[in-house]
Design a protein around this ligand. Structure first.
Ligand code: 5BU
Length: 455
């Protein structure tokens, strides 16, 4: 610790911490600005920093080093020279010509890479580097940052399943400066207050209850779904992916009490008819659940419109909720001419293994979802804005089908606790079971308990 403290005081003397009024890259105002770039001009300190970092992760655990551009590049280079472990370089932007590579250097798919970040705030730029390296088939085992601003970045990265450590934390650094009388009392007070405020903001990001969500969701179908969930104590949506209507009706009669929604893929039903739909509608009214059509419209607006209102299924005449992709842009779901008793669920991020949506796409899809008043929620594999309901397919109790035929599966506990999910969608775990009634009840119970335990 003494060693680390002495090192910190040396870099502090380079002017790496500034106090005043700053606007960070994220737009956030901050009374403290951290810039570790001056270290690059001091080879002696770069060597010392490399040694301290190598104490944090044993060199045999990685085969490559990559710095998050640009500030961490000299540090990653020094670490590479010090450890004799090869460096690779991540570009900030694709250069747009030549090889169009995002990662430069010599590497092979499957190699383990250590990532170095200078200062971690939200962890967003770090995640961009992680994604680009993973796209190249590299395995990210360890991430090291020099200074953690303690504003949620470390948790963000850990929640995504990565191991991350930081050499220094802001709280610890302030204590060192306080001890050495290097900060005025007033400065310490302002910074501590600022950090505390951010912490509160993080807490507020936690999940909200169905009752609170009902206040934030304006669409009547979104509100209705929440009311059903609360009344029946179920957040289970049954995905009846079966090809004969008789079988679907049998199952729905059996488990209709346990569910708040029934999801269909109407185009897989071999004997589709409107009398089937009428039966289903009657059961849904009696047992109180909504009808979801998982048609995943994904065309230009005019074609989406025709597919929704016409053809043999006339989806808009019976479905309460319909899924749509937003790949074709916001306009593709703007003029569908649906009545207010139909809600849309956008697909921002599928549950499938190897999905192509990246962070940028997902952010844009979520923005489109928030701006469209017909949208009640979305499918995503992450926490989303509290104004959207989050639907999670790919649910199974069994660990042995974590990755089954290209779909990835998680336990309801993970869906609620890690992702703040609102509704679980369960298909084969129920319809392929020997006793769908008991199994559906088990999923209902598990989903409800997981929701209650997720606060
Ligand atoms: P399963 O049998 O529990 O795997 O059924 C999942 C259902 O959810 C199935 O109808 C899929 O088409 C649907 N699904 C999904 O699995 N993943 C997604 O991202 C979306 C829908 Br969107």
């Amino acid at each position: 610790m003494k060693d680390k403290e002495q090192f910190f005081l040396k870099i502090y003397n380079l002017g790496i911490l500034k106090f005043g009024h700053f606007t960070l890259k994220s737009g956030m105002n901050s009374p403290i600005y951290i810039d570790l770039r001056p270290i690059a001009s001091r080879p002696d300190l770069l060597i010392k920093l490399s040694d301290l970092l190598l104490n944090e992760v044993p060199p045999h655990t990685f085969e490559l080093i990559c710095g998050v551009p640009y500030a961490a590049l000299p540090i990653a280079t020094a670490l590479s020279l010090r450890s004799n472990i090869p460096l690779i370089i991540k570009r900030k932007e694709n250069k747009g010509y030549g090889t169009k590579k995002m990662i430069e250097g010599i590497y092979k798919k499957g190699q383990k890479c250590l990532i170095i970040e200078d200062v971690i705030t939200s962890g967003d730029s770090l995640l961009k580097t992680v994604i680009d390296l993973e796209k190249e088939g590299l395995i990210i085992k360890n991430i090291l940052s020099i200074l953690d601003r303690e504003q949620g970045g470390i948790e963000n990265i850990k929640n995504k399943g990565f191991k991350i450590r930081s050499l220094f934390r802001i709280g610890e650094v302030l204590k060192i400066l306080e001890k050495k009388n290097l900060l005025k009392e007033k400065e310490i007070h302002i910074i501590k207050f600022f950090l505390q405020k951010k912490y509160i903001k993080n807490i507020q990001k936690k999940r909200i209850s169905y009752e609170e969500k009902k206040e934030k969701i304006y669409h009547p179908i979104g509100k209705k779904l929440i009311e059903i969930a609360l009344k029946k104590k179920t957040n289970l949506i049954f995905s009846a992916d079966l090809i004969y209507s008789k079988k679907i009706l049998e199952l729905v009669n059996l488990i209709g009490d346990k569910i708040c929604g029934l999801k269909l893929h109407v185009d897989i039903i071999s004997d589709f008819s409107f009398s089937f739909i009428n039966f289903l509608k009657k059961i849904s009214l009696k047992k109180k659940f909504l009808l979801f059509e998982d048609r995943k419209f994904c065309d230009v607006g005019t074609t989406n419109y025709l597919q929704l209102h016409h053809g043999i299924h006339k989806i808009s005449s019976w479905a309460d909720v319909i899924t749509v992709h937003v790949l074709a842009g916001s306009k593709s779901i703007e003029n569908l001419n649906i009545p207010s008793n139909i809600g849309l669920i956008t697909i921002s991020e599928m549950s499938s293994y190897g999905r192509l949506s990246d962070d940028n796409y997902i952010r844009k899809a979520l923005n489109i979802s928030l701006k469209n008043s017909k949208v009640i929620g979305t499918v995503a594999q992450r926490k989303v804005d509290n104004r959207l309901l989050l639907f999670t397919p790919g649910i199974h109790f069994s660990d042995s089908i974590k990755n089954y035929k290209g779909n990835s599966y998680i336990h309801p506990n993970q869906a609620f606790i890690k992702k703040n999910c609102d509704f679980i969608i369960v298909g084969k775990a129920i319809y392929q079971s020997d006793n769908p009634k008991i199994v559906a009840e088990n999923y209902r119970k598990a989903g409800w308990i997981a929701y209650e335990n997720s606060f």
